[in-house]
Design a protein. Sequence first.
Length: 202
Amino acid sequence: MDRDDLIAELFGRWKLALKSGQPQTPEELCATRLDLLATFREFLPKLAAVDALFDDKADVSDAGLSAHVEPHGYRSVSFHKEGGLGVVLVGEEVELRRTVAIKCMKSKVAGDALATDRFVQEAELTARLDHPGVVPIYRMGHDDQGKPYYSMRFVQGETLAEAISRFYASKLPRAERNVEYRRLLQSLIAVCETIAFAHSRH
C-alpha cells in the first residue's frame, strides 16, 4: 500500500469514528504511523471539504465558501469544522500574515433574517468579552455574496468532547488515568467559569 492509499485509509477511519460519535484525533489515528501525521494533518481539512461535495446530506454550497472569503484579505482558505449556524474555515490573513479561523454563515440559513441577526450578535457579544477562555475576534465583514463572516484567533487542539472520548478509550495505568481525569475536570471547570463570565456581562 503506497502513501496515498494509507492517507485515504486514515481518512476513512476518521469518518467512521466521527459518524460513530467517538471522533479520533490525527495523533490517535497515526499512532502506529507517525511518519504520516504531518501529511494527514495537512490534508484532513481539504479531504473533508471534497468529501462534502459527494455527501447527499451535506450542503454542497458550503464546500465553496472559501472562494467567497479569499478576496477579502485571506488566502489558502480551507474547511475546518461546522456548527449550528456556521462553517469554520482556516486560512492566512494576508495583511498581518497570521493564521486565523473564519466563521461564515451556512448557505441554507443565510437568507433567514433572524438567523443573520443571531450570527452578527454572536460576533458582537463575543468581541466585547475580554477573558482567557474566550477566543478573540479580529474583524467582521461580508463576503462577496453579502453574507456576514468574522475572523478570530485559530486555536489548535482538541475539543472537550474529543478529550473525553480519548480518555474513555485510553488504556492508561490507574495513576496516569487519575491525573488525566483531574485535567479533564480542570478543563470543565474552566469552561464553566468562562460561561459564567459571559453571562455576567450580558
